[in-house]
Design a protein around this ligand. Structure first.
Ligand SMILES: Cc1cc2nc3c(=O)[nH]c(=O)nc-3n(C[C@H](O)[C@H](O)[C@H](O)COP(=O)(O)O)c2cc1C
Length: 356
């Protein structure tokens, strides 16, 4: 399939880090063993000992390289030290500045750095900072969607819109992959910085479409969420197979992670509350369940932004369930290796059949 990933993986396929702890050692090792790049997810709080254990556990399951995703908007300096000390192959960053200083620090220990961006402006900054690859996230993506920015609607206009409770208090400006990818590819020019497309891709057709836009690889979240090895709760996995529609919203996790739009499954709970008034957030809601996240027991409040993992108990049907636009094409829970095998075989077939 041409490009073999920044470390010479067999395929240009990346498994997105899935927060809070859905892409754990089992999934990441399964992806790495199948020839693609798997990304663990670091905790959103400083937990260096736990993180070192997570990395070492993954190494007991695979001898292939893998990476780890860090959300820069949350405390991460101590976690970063462990990632660099353990020389994990790739650091993926999200929601924060991938500065030249950070890139230099990561490169100084031989680790590669690949930010996920959602705008032309952030892509430019990443290119100038000297990153090793760029994941370009379109608005089709599941989970948080970084995009360009959210523009607050002027107060009076906002009051009018909210009167019928149907529109959030900001206008969201996120582009689709069909525009973002070729634009970033042109920006990169002849520099050796692979562009990796993320958002709504679940099969070989999406893979080839991304290649046609100029991407060298693809990054999939939702498809790997719906695998045997992901740490998502079985009820969440079942919903990914049963439900077809998603929505771009700001209903979940407003208190903990403000101004962070996300794409979720249209579950019955979400449909009932999609017009949640802007002053509401998980902060003033009741506890509807519990999860152990990265080894720490947490209360889950209604409208929290944490998806149900294997340990979650309580009213799971009322919890946030992130998913990308491609979810309607997911018909079964597969092993991660099977996802990768099908992606490659389908893509190869499409290319052979269509290009003479
Ligand atoms: C459950 C879930 C959790 C996610 N958590 C993260 C995360 O912690 N860090 C990150 O960079 N991206 C995260 N993403 C977004 C992915 O990196 C990626 O952009 C997205 O999954 C691509 O779209 P797709 O889900 O349609 O494949 C998450 C996505 C999902 C579905």
């Amino acid at each position: 399939m041409g490009w073999r990933g920044i470390l010479g993986f067999e395929y240009g396929i990346v498994q997105a880090p899935l927060g809070p702890d859905i892409s754990g050692p089992q999934l990441v090792a399964a992806v790495a063993n199948a020839g693609a790049l798997g990304l663990l997810r670091a905790p959103d709080w400083e937990s260096p000992d736990y993180l070192r254990e997570l990395i070492r556990k993954t190494r007991t399951l695979t001898d292939k390289p893998f990476g780890i995703g860090v959300v820069l908007a949350f405390p991460h300096e101590e976690n970063l030290k462990v990632i660099l000390d353990e020389k994990v192959a790739v650091l993926q960053t999200y929601w924060g500045d991938c500065t030249p200083e950070l890139v230099a620090k990561v490169h100084s220990v031989g680790v590669k750095i690949v930010p996920q961006v959602g705008s032309i402006e952030s892509a430019k900054l990443a290119i100038d900072a000297g990153v090793d690859g760029i994941i370009v996230q379109g608005r089709e993506a599941g989970g948080h969607v970084i995009g360009q920015y959210s523009m607050p609607i002027p107060f009076n206009f906002c009051m009018l819109l909210i009167a019928d409770g149907s529109i959030p208090s900001f206008i969201l400006l996120q582009d689709s992959l069909i525009l973002l990818v070729p634009t970033v590819v042109d920006l990169v020019g002849d520099r050796d910085i692979p562009v990796i497309a993320a958002g709504g891709i679940v099969d070989g057709r999406g893979y080839v479409a991304a290649l046609a836009l100029g991407a060298q690889g693809v990054c999939l979240g939702t498809r790997f969420l719906a695998t045997e090895e992901s740490y998502a709760h079985p009820i969440y996995k079942r919903k990914l197979v049963e439900l077809d529609e998603t929505e771009y919203t700001d209903v979940f996790g407003r208190a903990r992670w403000p101004d962070a739009p996300h794409r979720v499954l249209q579950t019955p709970f979400f449909k009932e509350w999609r017009s949640l008034p802007t002053h509401e957030s998980e902060a003033n809601q009741s506890v509807i369940g519990h999860s152990t996240i990265h080894g720490v027991k947490k209360d889950i409040r209604r409208f929290a932004g944490t998806v149900p993992n294997m340990t979650t108990t309580g009213d799971l049907e009322s919890m946030c369930m992130y998913a990308g636009e491609g979810v309607g094409l997911i018909k079964e829970i597969l092993h991660a290796s099977e996802v990768i095998r099908r992606l490659v075989e389908e893509a190869q077939l499409i290319i052979q059949q269509n290009i003479k």
